[in-house]
Design a protein around this ligand. Structure first.
Ligand code: UT7
Length: 331
């Protein structure tokens, strides 16, 4: 029997219009462009403004564009997974709302929570439904409105994050293209270094939690940085080794965009030059679940059928992982 693999057959993305620059941040907090650029590589990020607009708004924009681009009718979609850390509401799932917004009414849908590694987790989960032959059209969305959980008086976090969304179509492939392999890991001991203190079942919202600013991202930056460098580069390297890939075989590394220095360390471990590293951190910052699809969307025109891509991510949890994809189409 011919082996079925899950291939990305289309990609689309959305970032909101409003751009928050380093110069603007300089007026809000004690920081400067030179510090932000040298420590993170971020120049600007997009922020979703507008009353009542949540993550689903951006996710739906990306999915709508994807349906149009791939000539897919909403009713053809069988499953949609939304990787997000900033759902519209604790429940129902943002994936359910995205489906409703774009008219996908013949599918099941659910959210994936794995912080910045969520898109890789969701892509791996989605690929199983295709590989078994059960489904023919599955959409994976990575979307986050990080600005909704950022304290814009905390200079150690507000400079990093931005808002955005990306979506991919997964379909069966019998030419050996698409998702080849992935390594995914988690270690809950890492939660202490990166989390949101209140709002969940452990510490429900109260006046006190709001006054204490416990609904914002809490991050011990340097601890997260050290874990991220090691986990992301080790896993990407392990994936290369187990698939007999050398640097020359790889067209692009698609790294989660949290910090340019983490990206550089991963590329160095893999033996890749900068021209083989997808980079969008300067213009979008860290959009959590959206960084990887935003990268692939921006670089889509440079990709050729058969190109080897290595995706890698690290995030809160801790969660991390890497994925090897053979790109399936010429844009
Ligand atoms: O995507 C999810 C996973 N997250 C990550 O991967 C993030 C990983 N961590 C990082 O990217 C970095 O740790 C940060 C960018 C968050 C911080 O960079 P850092 O080089 O680790 O700086 P630091 O936290 O060690 O702080 C160094 C100094 C401190 O001053 P003192 O104590 O040395 O006087 C900070 O107060 O830099 C100061 N600082 C700033 N200065 C100017 C912190 N934030 C700022 C700022 N502007 N925005």
């Amino acid at each position: 029997m011919t082996k079925i693999s899950a291939a990305i057959t289309g990609i689309a993305s959305y970032v909101p219009d409003y751009i928050l620059t380093n110069e603007e941040l300089e007026k809000m907090i004690d920081t400067n462009d030179e510090w932000i650029m040298s420590r993170t590589g971020i120049k600007e990020r997009h922020i979703l403004k507008g009353e009542g607009l949540g993550t689903s708004f951006m996710g739906a924009k990306a999915v709508q564009a994807l349906l149009e681009k791939t000539n897919t009718k909403p009713e053809e979609v069988e499953l949609l997974i939304c990787a997000t850390t900033t759902p519209d509401m604790i429940f129902p799932a943002t994936a359910n709302i995205i489906c409703f917004e774009v008219g996908i009414n013949n599918a099941f849908s659910y959210d994936m929570q794995a912080a910045c590694s969520g898109f890789l987790y969701a892509l791996t989960a989605a690929s199983q439904f295709i590989e078994t032959g059960k489904y023919k059209k599955v959409i994976v969305v990575g979307a986050d409105k990080m600005s909704s959980i950022i304290d814009y008086t905390d200079r150690s976090t507000c400079i990093i994050f931005g808002d955005g969304a990306g979506a991919v179509m997964l379909e069966p492939n019998t030419e050996g293209l698409g998702i080849q392999d992935s390594i995914l890991k988690s270690d809950g001991a890492g939660w202490v270094h990166l989390h949101q203190k209140a709002g969940g079942s452990r510490r429900p919202p109260t006046l006190e939690t709001v006054q204490n600013k416990e609904h914002f991202v809490y991050q011990e930056g340097s601890a997260v940085f050290k874990h991220a460098v090691k986990a992301m580069s080790d896993t990407a390297y392990e994936l290369m080794q187990r698939n007999n890939l050398i640097a020359d075989d790889i067209a692009f590394l698609v790294p989660h965009q949290a910090n340019k220095r983490i990206i550089d360390a991963t590329a160095a471990r893999m033996g890749l030059n900068e021209d083989k590293v997808m980079l969008t951190i300067h213009k979008y910052g860290n959009t959590t679940n959206a960084t990887i699809p935003l990268c692939i969307s921006d670089y889509e025109k440079q990709l050729k059928k058969g190109d080897n891509l290595v995706l890698a991510a690290f995030g809160g949890g801790f969660t991390w992982g890497a994925m090897y994809i053979k790109w399936a189409y010429n844009a």
